[in-house]
Design a protein around this ligand. Structure first.
Ligand code: ACO
Length: 428
């Protein structure tokens, strides 16, 4: 037993549990010996006090509102970097040299096409399918097209899958959108940069040339940076859990997309806009806040609260400033922004929200920016998925690179029936 161990005493046993230290953040009690030595499991629904893995990608200090990608503060990356550079950083662990950046960008650019059969696959959907349903299914389907990345043990194949996913996600996302509105699908243009290429695939129509707006591209790039990773959130943990079974990278990321879809996670940006639209007028804010405080209403203020951030979400701070800038520069006068501002003001002064440490999260303002960029509400969570792909696949790769990986397999507290004898159908 080392002096750093934690001793846990039960009526029958005393067990010494080692502390695991990271480079930053709280130390963790290694409970792996607990069941073996005492016959007890730990119980932590929602994993609020459980570290499920070691990771060197992203660090969050929820009390201080700190977010670092590979050690770099999000504020600096938001100001000085761009999304593809951040994607490289997340994947490789270091900022690229100019030559490395050029090669990476070139590879991403040359993997943006989707197989023509994927188009047929998308055409199988009903016209009003949600783009998240199409994205999730089409990303999972990539494993049926790329058999050259089947070997998870091969580092080169893992990297190729990562490039493919980062490159094809905007193509698939834009195709899903265009299919849903009956527009012809656009092929990716290699002469454009990542974000412009996506905007072109989204909005170009055969009847007139598209003027790409640098303000829109800058805003979208920033949103992609802010959404690129967030350590072991629900969707990333899902990618890792699926990845722990040896599933292929496309299936693992498709599972992450499914997890992201829920309104408690990435679906919140869509839910925020619906909520602001429903509130409709600043004079209804008081009623909405009262409903959110009433546990029986089943209503929460969407875009408020976070499992980890308890003082502020550093991404929300950056986005808040950006929302005003984008609306000003694009000349958009959006009453929803006024409602959002007023709602934020009221909630931040409200005792319930103060006591529960509920602050606007990243999704509170992102929807307003997407709306100003004319991105439809049903695509908001898709936008999040495009950005988070860089994080998901970096975690999937890290999980395969780290020694000692095991299948994720939690236990439970069984609360069902105790053993009983089967009763024949005619006797029931
Ligand atoms: N509005 C009103 N009350 C809330 C809200 C909210 N948005 N969020 C949490 N609370 C209350 C809960 O009712 C609970 O109250 P109680 O302790 O009196 O019972 C308390 O705050 C803690 O809430 P939990 O649900 O236990 O917190 P948890 O950490 O599990 O959930 C979550 C965090 C899911 C983000 C939650 O705050 C929420 O549902 N927010 C709205 C949805 C949202 O914006 N999600 C986006 C998250 S960020 C992201 O994924 C990018």
């Amino acid at each position: 037993m080392s002096s750093n161990d934690v001793t846990l005493t039960t009526p029958d046993h005393s067990v010494s549990l080692p502390l695991v230290e990271g480079t930053q953040g709280p130390s963790c009690v290694d409970v792996a010996p607990l069941y073996r030595e005492t016959g007890h499991f730990t119980f932590d629904p929602g994993f609020a006090a459980t570290a499920a893995c070691k990771s060197a990608i992203t660090f969050i200090d929820g009390e201080k509102g700190v977010l670092l990608y590979r050690g770099y503060p999000i504020e600096q990356l938001a100001e000085k970097s761009r999304f593809l550079e951040v994607a490289y950083l997340l994947l490789e662990g270091e900022l690229p040299t100019p030559a490395q950046m050029h090669t990476f960008e070139d590879k991403v650019t040359h993997h943006t096409m989707m197989h023509e059969s994927v188009k047929n696959f998308l055409h199988g959907f009903h016209y009003d399918a949600h783009p998240m349903a199409m994205l999730c299914a089409s990303v999972a389907s990539l494993s049926a097209f790329y058999h050259d990345t089947n070997d998870n043990a091969d580092p080169a194949q893992r990297k190729l899958a990562a490039i493919r996913l980062i490159a094809k996600m905007p193509t698939l996302a834009a195709a899903a959108y265009r299919y849903s509105i009956g527009w012809p699908i656009r092929y990716p243009r290699n002469n454009l940069e990542y974000v412009d290429r996506f905007l072109h695939m989204m909005f170009e129509v055969p009847s007139e040339p598209l003027e790409l707006n640098p303000v829109a591209a800058k805003a979208l790039d920033l949103l992609f940076i802010l959404h690129a990773d967030h350590e072991q959130n629900a969707s990333t943990s899902t990618v890792r859990l699926v990845g722990s079974t040896g599933a292929n990278p496309y299936a693992s990321v498709a599972a992450g997309i499914a997890a992201l879809w829920g309104p408690a996670h990435g679906g919140a940006n869509e839910a925020v806009l619906k909520m602001l639209t429903e509130i409709g007028d600043a004079k209804n804010i008081g009623k909405a806040v009262a409903r959110a405080k009433d546990k029986n209403s089943g209503f929460r203020l969407m875009g408020f609260g976070h499992r980890v951030y308890k003082n502020f979400d550093p991404r929300a701070k950056i986005i808040r400033g950006m929302a005003h800038e984008v609306l000003d520069e694009l000349g958009v006068d959006d009453p929803l922004l006024d409602i959002a501002m007023k709602l934020e003001e009221v909630a931040l002064k409200d005792d319930y929200f103060i006591e529960h440490k509920l602050y606007p999260n990243v999704d509170f303002y992102s929807g307003i920016i997407y709306k100003a960029l004319k991105i439809p509400t049903s695509m908001f969570t898709v936008m999040f998925a495009i950005a988070r792909t860089a994080g998901w696949i970096s975690h999937w790769i890290e999980q395969h690179e780290m020694p000692g990986g095991r299948i994720g397999r939690p236990r439970q507290v069984y609360v069902g029936a105790t053993p009983r004898a089967f009763v024949a159908l005619d006797k029931r």
